[in-house]
Design a protein around this ligand. Structure first.
Ligand code: ADP
Length: 423
């Protein structure tokens, strides 16, 4: 009498394994980090199952029924096929180029692949069962895990590979388990650095010749060359615009390379008064401009950069609102901080453009932007300045009716006006 488990006992895990394996490999080949994640989780789970089977655990055993020699042979053939598929799967998951770590609900390491050894510095067998954040020691990655890892972490130092950078995601999986995926993005960060350096160097190199050209053009008096007066005017305007583009690119380069800005008190009452004066100078009486300030709070941050960002929104409102329109500048409290907003009754922006407005050189209408003296870099600068102050920009707009740009600052950025205490 043979007492091997009947073939039907293995059918479900076999089919499940094969299905998940196919899905997993397709998901991974498709290349999406998060999409592939759950598929990889399935592979990892199967690998764990295989490991347990390999170590003698017996899956889904019922009391052994009697089976014929023919049934036994079929069962053995299926078992061998399943074992071979699982070995392939185990090898595929183990050799993925991305680090994969399967964690239980308390963030203990259940399984990890070879890339996790290289990128995260995990060691086997001693790190199986270890607390991942304790194992990673004091690091940005460990802090992120302890804080719940709600958002993916981009551009963090790789604990196991010096001078390398990772993008890391933590995905929920199964019953309160987690799957940590880490991808080496060093080549991307290097390319990004080359791009930044190139833009900064070109802008820097252009600055001096442009200043010289602009200086000579200013020296020329149109009355001395009446025939060339319109040309001279255009040359002056264009050299000024180029100068502004170069200055904005240099500002962006500086903001991009900074992790943090000055932490000084930015007094909002005088800042709002200055912004209003600047708006009136730019508008030349063509708009009604109102300021409403009820927040009774100053800001903590970089005075120069906040001035540049907040006045940029007002300058846009003036430039994209036809004569006779209104502009309202507001500084008021909201549930978890305070908001600075600029509303206008201008051209408005179609919804399809809103998501891309803060990209460099993105314009809804190039001619309108150029005619009004724009560089296409203003909102990009605003976004960077706000990021450095942990603030965010929201945009609401109705074409033909107007727009509202709002900067939301967290409570930790607020100071009681004139005092030293938090607001
Ligand atoms: P620009 O120098 O072209 O104004 P920005 O980065 O400041 O560059 O703005 C990007 C684009 O967003 C502008 O070209 C314009 O199309 C649109 N935009 C910005 N502010 C407003 C506004 N208040 N009303 C309508 N369109 C706006």
């Amino acid at each position: 009498m043979l007492t091997t488990p009947p073939a039907s006992t293995w059918k479900l895990p076999a089919a499940l394994a094969a299905g998940l394996a196919g899905g997993a490999l397709l998901g991974w080949l498709a290349g999406g980090h998060a999409t592939a994640g759950l598929a990889i989780a399935a592979v990892a789970e199967i690998v764990l199952l295989l490991t347990r089977i390999g170590h003698g655990a017996r899956p889904m055993m019922r009391s052994p029924p009697e089976i014929s020699p023919l049934q036994h042979d079929r069962f053995m053939t299926r078992s061998r096929r399943l074992a071979s598929s699982l070995r392939d799967l185990r090898s595929a998951a183990g050799n993925l180029p991305d680090a994969v770590v399967l964690l239980d609900q308390d963030q203990h390491v259940r399984w990890f692949n070879h890339a996790a050894e290289e990128l995260l510095g995990l060691r086997r067998p001693q790190d199986r069962g270890a607390h991942l954040h304790e194992r990673l020691g004091a690091s940005e990655l460990s802090d992120w895990l302890q804080e719940g890892a709600h958002e993916p972490l981009v551009d963090v130092a790789a604990p196991g590979r010096p001078n390398s950078h990772l993008s890391v995601t933590l995905l929920p999986f199964g019953r309160r388990q987690r799957l940590l995926l880490a991808r080496d993005i060093s080549h991307l960060t290097r390319l990004e650095q080359i791009r930044r350096d190139f833009v900064a160097n070109v802008s820097h190199e252009l600055r001096t010749p442009l200043t010289v050209i602009h200086g000579y053009l200013e020296l020329l008096d149109p009355e001395d060359v009446p025939d060339l007066a319109p040309v001279l005017g255009e040359m002056r305007a264009q050299s000024k615009r180029m100068g502004q583009i170069v200055e904005d690119l240099l500002t962006l380069s500086r903001l991009e390379t900074q992790d943090r800005l000055a932490e000084e008190r930015v007094q909002m009452a005088p800042l709002l008064a200055t912004i209003r004066k600047e708006a009136e100078a730019l508008s030349q009486g063509r708009h009604r401009i109102a300021v409403e300030s009820t927040a009774e709070a100053d800001l903590l941050g970089s005075p120069k950069d906040l001035h540049s960002a907040l006045s940029n929104l007002v300058s846009n409102a003036v430039r994209y609102t036809p004569s006779g329109g209104s502009i309202a500048i507001r500084w008021k409290r909201e549930a978890d901080g305070a908001a600075y907003s600029v509303s206008d009754t201008g051209f408005g922006i179609p919804a399809s453009h809103l998501a891309r407005l803060t990209e460099r050189f993105y314009r809804v209408s190039s001619s309108r932007s150029r005619d009004s003296g724009g560089t296409g870099l203003g909102l990009s600068i605003v976004k960077h300045v706000l990021n450095l102050h942990q603030a965010r920009l929201t945009i609401e707009s109705v074409p033909g009716q107007g727009s509202t740009f709002t900067c939301h600052f967290g409570a930790e950025r607020l100071l009681a006006p004139g005092g030293n205490d938090d607001a």
